[in-house]
Write a protein that binds this ligand. Structure first.
Ligand SMILES: [Zn+2]
Length: 416
């Protein structure tokens, strides 16, 4: 099930081999030279050279493993150096900008959040920049860059719209260029569902899955299909926009111009609408308390109907894509997701039924609430830590030594 890179033997593959070794160490948590040599098909000498290189630039640290008295000297194990660098993630949703500084093992070190009119370019830019500048102050380590996650679809499509779950005025993304210039940091961006999925791949429940579908349950509903650690993008980077698949004939009118879209039934905005709340009230302590109360009839009723739609969606995703698992992440509170998933049981019959471990068909992100922001922060470090990559936006990195060692080519992909 696990995806382990294999070393390559050509001379030109040295940077690739370094990333394969780095990736193996990350997946294992800790690995000795022998573990690495056994698993990645490289010679002991090559592995020794690579671990020396990675240690010298601070991406890994070595520790003596626990003493086993019956044997001699215990081997040295390598681990990812959490302080090998930080990255800043910025998560955008209508009306709110949240950001965090994250280290190389996915710990959120500092976070900020501000409510802002996201349809006003200048105030949004100012809000993003202020948070980036504040978070970078605390970064004593190397800063890999800024990742921005925002709701899809990106670009001008037939269903790009102005509505409560979409970002107004984001068709051209030029605001991100302005942010990069003002912050003077490498900048990467992605649709929030893809960012969240990559976050789960590096640091979350999908760490050992070779493929999975990620459902991003936030104000809206998005999805991403990850295979071999790359997100399937489609022709224009808007693949798997599952929120706008029509599921109810003649159903609720959707902001995209169609009706009966899944997002109109399964999303935080749909919940707010059903409860007569404004979207900003979704994070109020009063609502969080209601979500914990099993006797709240309005919430129960919403979960029952949303769970019904979700059950259909799960069946559709499984039959279409046969994913190893469906991972549920996004900004929705954990209590709500748990109730929704309970309401979606029993799952329909599908190509995963009878094959997959029932416990593994649906996995709940352990970073619920944080998964957007973590996904955004993963964007600047994803390529370095994972040998097969989703190229989001390439940028020259300031650290020439690392770039050289890991094979970064300006404007291209990481060497492979
Ligand atoms: Zn729609």
């Amino acid at each position: 099930m696990r995806t382990i890179g294999r070393g390559a033997t050509q001379q030109s593959s040295a940077p690739y081999n370094r990333r394969v070794v780095l990736d193996f160490i990350r997946q294992q948590g800790a690995a000795s030279r022998k573990d690495i040599t056994d698993m990645v098909s490289l010679s002991p000498q090559t592995v020794a050279n690579i671990t020396n290189d990675l240690e010298s630039i601070g991406l890994i640290v070595s520790r003596r493993q626990k003493q086993d008295k019956s044997r001699g000297q215990p081997p040295i194990a390598f681990e990812l150096n959490p302080e090998g660098g930080h990255a800043i993630g910025v998560s955008l949703e209508p009306g709110r900008v949240s950001a965090a500084r994250v280290n190389l093992v996915g710990d959120v070190l500092e976070r900020t959040e501000v409510e802002v009119d996201t349809s006003q370019r200048q105030s949004l830019l100012a809000a993003m920049l202020a948070q980036v500048m504040q978070l970078r102050k605390g970064a004593r380590e190397r800063l890999w860059g800024v990742g921005v996650a925002l709701p899809g679809p990106l670009g001008k499509t037939d269903i790009s719209f102005v509505g409560p779950t979409a970002m107004e005025g984001w068709a051209d993304l030029s605001l991100l260029d302005e942010l990069r210039e003002a912050a003077r940091l490498p900048l990467f961006y992605s649709v929030d569902s893809v960012a969240g999925a990559l976050g789960e791949t590096l640091f979350g429940v999908a760490k050992s899955l070779d493929n999975f579908f990620y459902l991003h349950l936030g104000l809206g509903l998005g999805g991403a299909l990850v295979t071999q650690r790359s997100a399937y993008r489609g022709a224009n980077g808007n693949a798997t926009e599952i929120g706008h698949v029509p599921v109810v004939p003649g159903g609720l009118a959707c902001y995209c111009g169609n009706s009966g879209c899944l997002e109109r039934y399964v999303s935080l905005h749909a919940l707010a609408e059903a409860l007569g709340l404004r979207d900003v009230q979704l994070r109020s302590p009063a609502l969080l308390a209601r979500l914990e109360d099993p006797h709240d009839e309005a919430i129960n009723a919403w979960c029952r109907q949303a769970g019904e739609r979700l059950r259909d969606a799960i069946c559709m995703i499984e039959n279409m894509l046969d994913p190893r698992a469906i991972v549920i992440g996004g900004g929705a509170p954990k209590a709500l997701v748990e109730r929704l998933l309970a309401a979606a049981q029993p799952l329909r019959r599908s190509v995963r039924g009878g094959v997959a471990d029932p416990e593994q068909r649906l996995l709940l992100s352990e970073r619920q609430g944080d998964s957007s922001i973590l996904g955004a922060a993963v964007l600047p470090i994803y390529e370095m830590l994972s040998p097969r990559l989703e190229t989001v936006q390439q940028d020259r990195r300031p650290d020439a030594d690392v770039a050289e060692l890991l094979g970064h080519r300006s404007g291209g992909r990481w060497g492979a």
